[in-house]
Ligand binder design. Structure first.
Ligand SMILES: CC(C)(COP(=O)(O)OP(=O)(O)OC[C@H]1O[C@@H](n2cnc3c(N)ncnc32)[C@H](O)[C@@H]1OP(=O)(O)O)[C@@H](O)C(=O)NCCC(=O)NCCS
Length: 216
């Protein structure tokens, strides 16, 4: 599930989240963080049929134990949850299976080319992007898919440049606002494209898991 929303009141964020939010130097980045962390509660609340304020999100880094990393819904270890925030855009996904989501602003930062993402993309992916009719769209699609796979747990950071999704099409979905569902090795990769908002995103979940889109 993904959306733009103001969400529930920021008072529902945990002290750890509030502390992290206060550390952003740019106020707009803190606002993005807050919106994403509220949105994930809205998504979880819809799935669990509870109020957003009743959802507690915890993050514990598997490397250092700090309060960051994959979000978990307290009391629901079987539920997958993921969020992303980028330059005024936020997205979240929650489901009864592992899920991963990413969102990025489009167009990308000036001068960014596929070769700059060589730590995250395979050689075949970079080649496919470089031969796509619209390289910057292709690059952003490839990037958000890869990050969504990382967050869903299909691949870890060290394996990104050998985890190959180059068989998936890189032309943007048709229309100003579109969702396209693809499959890779038993996983569904949902592309999400919103030309008006200037956003490209991807959601990854096991194939067969139904995707419900929500926006506000
Ligand atoms: C996953 C990652 C690539 C996403 O970064 P990004 O593109 O800058 O940011 P996005 O907005 O797309 O996603 C950030 C969200 O991904 C989630 N996330 C972070 N690490 C995650 C992981 N390992 N698995 C799943 N989700 C993760 C968090 O919810 C995070 O949001 P938050 O920082 O507001 O809590 C980045 O967070 C990363 O590289 N993490 C691993 C780094 C690491 O292991 N650090 C150890 C520090 S001790």
């Amino acid at each position: 599930m993904l959306a733009h929303t103001d969400g529930p009141d920021r008072g529902v964020l945990t002290p750890a989240e509030q502390e992290r939010m206060a550390r952003f130097r740019r106020p707009s980045d803190g606002e993005d963080f807050q919106a994403a962390h509220l949105l994930i509660r809205t998504c979880a609340a819809r799935l669990l049929r509870v109020r957003p304020g009743d959802v507690v999100i915890v993050q514990r880094c598997s490397t250092c134990g700090g309060p960051h990393g994959r979000p978990e819904v307290v009391g629901h270890p079987d539920i997958g949850a993921s969020l992303a925030h980028s330059r005024g855009l936020v997205a979240a996904a929650v489901g009864s299976a592992p899920v991963g989501i990413d969102i990025e602003a489009f167009p990308p930062a000036e001068g960014l080319v596929a070769g700059d993402l060589s730590a995250a993309l395979t050689v075949a992916e970079i080649r496919a992007i470089d031969s796509a009719p619209d390289r910057s769209r292709a690059m952003m699609l490839a990037w958000v898919r890869k990050e969504a796979c990382l967050k869903a747990g299909l691949v870890d950071l060290d394996g990104l440049d050998s985890f190959d999704l180059s068989a998936l099409p890189l032309d943007p979905p048709p229309g100003d606002m579109a969702v396209r569902s693809l499959e890779h090795a038993g996983w569904a990769v949902h592309d999400w494209w919103d030309g008006r908002a200037g956003a490209v995103g991807a959601v990854v979940a096991p194939a067969g898991v139904e995707l419900q889109l929500a926006s506000a």
